[in-house]
Design a protein around this ligand. Structure first.
Ligand SMILES: Cc1ncc(COP(=O)(O)O)c(C=O)c1O
Length: 401
């Protein structure tokens, strides 16, 4: 490995809710004395990012003026080149790219064009909690189409259910999370083709949240929703960001790709109304440094490290925690554990299991708000020895105490 994925990053006092948020509000509770916090909840990483990124920020910060600015040609070119090389998308026109103040901000701007408050929006469940909160806050009515585990333990869309829900509820806006958080599916071209055909038949616009599209495990390939067909290209608002990929959430710097001119004009108009939707100059320089040749090498190494962490975790769980089940994720760095059988066998609740983990510093996350009735979500973006330490504690104090 050329880059550092093994150092223990000291994040305390460095603007990280992953560690300093523990013990406050809806975060995991603080551990008992004698245990440090292993942050395995909020979706950011405990690796130092690509060194070129802080270097680029420092370089820009040395020039002592930070006035109004326009995104540079280098910004657009970096995005175009990233999608060309990583996803095989040839030449996204510059005008199709637009800044979004957070992917969730982009989701809400796009929904403002596709539906009115009170209207139903189709969302798969389990559901990323951010979708639930932002859609509810904006007054939309969420209609869930549940994903289900097939006979091989792979999360699948239920196409018949999607179609029925679209028709029954007169839905014309849907959210697709690709890859899927928290289930970790990297949707195949065939699955996306079927889904997009259903959306086409039902005149349903699609918001494709592809924030996780760089985090691919075991050689899985991301298929951009807009690459499925000309119709998919025209009916989809795609959202991306370097934030998940390079651990830059605190810099904020997402963007949309919208080919359809009418849709683009309307989404731009919706986003501009708040006057909040403008880029921070340091985040622009961060993106340009991230979306580079070195960035590609860094992400390739990251994906190898995460694949290894996930493999270790899945094997450990299968070998040592009977009754805890999960689908082996294909993308993201999240595990979505189902503790139903374990809880039944031990006559306890998922709350008991979660708290027993929190007590010994395993700051994992309640999966119930993601619609896993007896689930825990677990972030594995840490050095492998920290992941191993977490599982050693779970083994000793929670599952085999
Ligand atoms: C699927 C998904 N979309 C969006 C976000 C948040 O993106 P942003 O911080 O850019 O709003 C996350 C963060 O975990 C996510 O998992």
């Amino acid at each position: 490995m050329h880059y550092d994925f093994t150092s223990h990053l000291e994040r305390h006092g460095m603007d990280a809710i992953a560690v300093d948020g523990v013990g406050h509000g809806w975060a995991p509770a603080a551990p008992r004395q004698g245990f440090d916090v292993i942050p395995m909840w909020v979706a950011d990483m405990n690796f130092p990012t690509l060194p070129d990124i802080p270097q680029a920020i420092c370089r820009r910060a040395q020039h002592p003026a930070f006035g109004y600015f326009s995104p540079t040609p280098a910004y657009y070119e970096a995005i175009r080149n990233w999608h060309r090389q990583r996803n095989g998308v040839q030449d996204i026109p510059q005008e199709a790219i637009g800044y979004e103040n957070g992917v969730l901000g982009g989701v809400i701007s796009a929904l403002a064009v596709m539906a009115a408050p009170g209207d139903a929006v189709l969302v798969h469940s389990p559901t990323y909690i951010g979708f639930t909160h932002s859609l509810e806050n904006a007054g939309y009515r969420i209609v869930h189409s549940p994903l289900h585990l097939d006979e091989n333990g792979v999360w699948r869309m239920d196409f018949a259910d999607m179609e029925e829900k679209l028709k029954q509820n007169h839905i014309h806006a849907a959210i697709l999370c690709s890859p899927h958080n928290p289930c970790g599916r990297v949707w195949t071209r065939e699955e996306l083709t079927q889904a997009m055909e259903i959306y086409r038949r039902n005149d349903c616009y699609v918001i494709s949240d592809e924030i996780w599209s760089d985090i691919l495990l075991d050689g899985h390939k991301h298929i951009p929703t807009q690459s499925i067909s000309e119709d998919a290209r025209q009916r989809t608002v795609a959202l991306y960001a370097p934030s998940k990929t390079f651990n830059l959430a605190g810099l904020v710097g997402s963007y949309h790709v919208i080919y359809n001119e009418w849709l683009r004009d309307r989404v731009d108009a919706a986003g501009s109304k708040s006057h909040y939707n403008s880029m921070n100059v340091l985040s622009m320089h961060a993106l340009v440094a991230a979306y580079s040749e070195n960035g590609m090498q860094w992400v390739d190494e990251l994906c190898q490290v995460l694949s290894e962490n996930v493999r270790y975790a899945c094997e450990h769980i299968a070998a040592h925690y009977p009754g805890v089940t999960l689908a082996h994720p294909e993308g993201t760095y999240m595990l979505f554990l189902d503790c139903s059988e374990w809880c039944k066998a031990h006559n306890c609740t998922v709350e008991d299991v979660m708290r027993a983990g929190w007590d010994v510093g395993v700051a994992w996350q309640d999966g119930r708000p993601f619609h896993g009735p007896c689930s825990i979500r677990m972030n594995l973006a840490l050095p492998l020895d920290r992941v191993q330490e977490a599982f050693a504690r779970l083994d000793q104090y929670v599952f085999n105490a």
